[in-house]
Design a protein around this ligand. Structure first.
Ligand code: NAD
Ligand code: DAU
Length: 333
């Protein structure tokens, strides 16, 4: 298969490109990425000289660029990771999120529909379901939970999901959608909770915890997410949505304390809460387990240890982001 991966210079997309080339020797991968602030050429350096890998710099919301790449590459499948992904940034600048996440997805769907009808997989998020109360640990998001978004980010992701389903119903495009909980692992941009806390602790900065620190996220090691998407792409039923989650619910404050314990340093600073801050996410991933046999392989303690080790062993990767040097050379390969 030739698989076009959008957003492959980012955190999960980058891990997915590595996963595909490691696990499917006969596949070819085209990575389409705009290299926004969140895209880092260094994430793709390990595969840049692989003859099965091609990189194309383009904005998914730019119809001409996208159609040119589709006409040239003729992918069998498209996996759309490209998005603005940080909730805090969506609160200060929602427009960028609508352009990339909604319009960009629509351009990709049109390119698929008009140029070859490849399999299309939309990488979505559990945030489209809104949040759950802390005092109802019996409640989980299922694929039938109504959309109930809180932030401009999650609203834009929900818009993209609805468009994806509309292209299935109206044009018969073979689409699937996955809605995953919080990922963590290597190549995670140090603006998100876990990599921010690790890098702040290692550089002697305070660790900013929003509000009371009791908000709960369901953490999944990124490689488990990649394995789930790979399964859905090959064996999922077109038109279906699959939830993905790790049953690793943790309060933010406990995650931060675990990082401080592991590193032996770090000072918590409670700061102003995020506007509209979702209280708790928890995923019921029963459907993907029953239909496709997926189960997460990495528990939270092991995953966190591996992640912290990766940040210790790959200081250049994140220090270049902190200094801005990662923007000096945007060539891949
Ligand atoms: P990220 O911010 O690390 O990476 C996003 C990538 O997309 C970057 O390489 C960036 O350059 C690229 N990009 C952004 N706008 C683009 C555009 N207009 N055209 C082309 N490329 C563009 O994001 P991530 O955390 O890896 O998330 C990837 C996807 O997974 C997103 O769709 C996100 O909504 C979804 N998701 C993330 C998580 C998580 O915990 N990080 C969980 C569930 C779902
Ligand atoms: O649930 C999936 C989502 O997970 C993805 O769709 C998003 O793309 C991804 O960014 C992530 O969203 P969150 O908002 O949950 O992740 P973030 O790392 O920004 O925050 C995790 C929790 O930690 C959240 O409750 C806010 C809190 N937090 C975050 C930061 C950056 C802090 O307390 N301090 C911080 O500095």
């Amino acid at each position: 298969m030739k698989i076009l991966v959008t957003g492959g210079a980012g955190f999960i997309g980058g891990n997915f490109v590595h996963y595909l080339l490691r696990n499917h020797p006969a596949d070819r991968v085209v990575c389409l990425d705009a290299l926004t602030y969140a895209g880092n050429p260094a994430t793709l350096a390990p595969v840049a000289s692989d003859p099965r890998f091609v990189f194309a710099r383009a904005d998914i919301a730019d119809r001409t660029e996208v159609f040119t790449i589709f006409a040239r590459e003729k992918p069998d499948a498209v996996v759309n990771f490209a998005a603005e992904s940080h909730v805090d940034r969506s609160i200060s600048a929602p427009e960028v999120f609508l352009r990339a996440n909604v319009l960009g997805t629509q351009v990709l769907l049109d390119a698929c529909r008009l140029l070859g009808n490849p399999r299309f997989h939309q990488v979505s998020t559990d945030e489209v379901y809104g949040d759950l109360p802390l005092d109802r640990p019996d409640l989980f998001f299922t694929e039938e939970t109504p959309l109930h978004t809180s932030s401009p980010y999650s609203a834009s992701k929900a818009g993209a999901d609805l468009l994806t389903l509309a292209y299935f119903r109206t044009y018969g495009l073979p689409v699937t959608i996955s809605r995953c909980s919080n990922n963590y692992g290597p190549y995670h941009f140090p603006e998100k909770l876990i990599p921010l806390m690790i890098t702040n602790a290692l550089t002697g900065q305070p660790l900013p915890v929003y509000g009371d620190g009791l908000n709960v996220r369901d953490w999944l090691y990124v490689e488990d997410h990649c394995a789930a998407i790979d399964l859905i792409l090959r064996r999922g039923r077109p038109g279906e949505i699959y939830n993905i989650g790790g049953h690793n619910e943790r309060a933010n404050i406990d995650v931060v304390r675990a990082i401080i314990r592991a590193l032996g340093r770090g000072e918590i600073k409670f700061v102003k809460d995020r506007a509209g801050h979702d209280r708790r996410y928890a995923i019921d991933a029963g459907k993907i387990g029953r239909e496709l046999g997926w189960t997460p392989q990495t528990g939270f303690d092991e995953g966190l240890e591996r992640t912290i080790r990766w940040y210790r062993e790959n200081e250049t990767w994140w220090r270049d982001i902190l200094s801005g040097h990662y923007r000096d050379n945007l060539e891949i390969g």
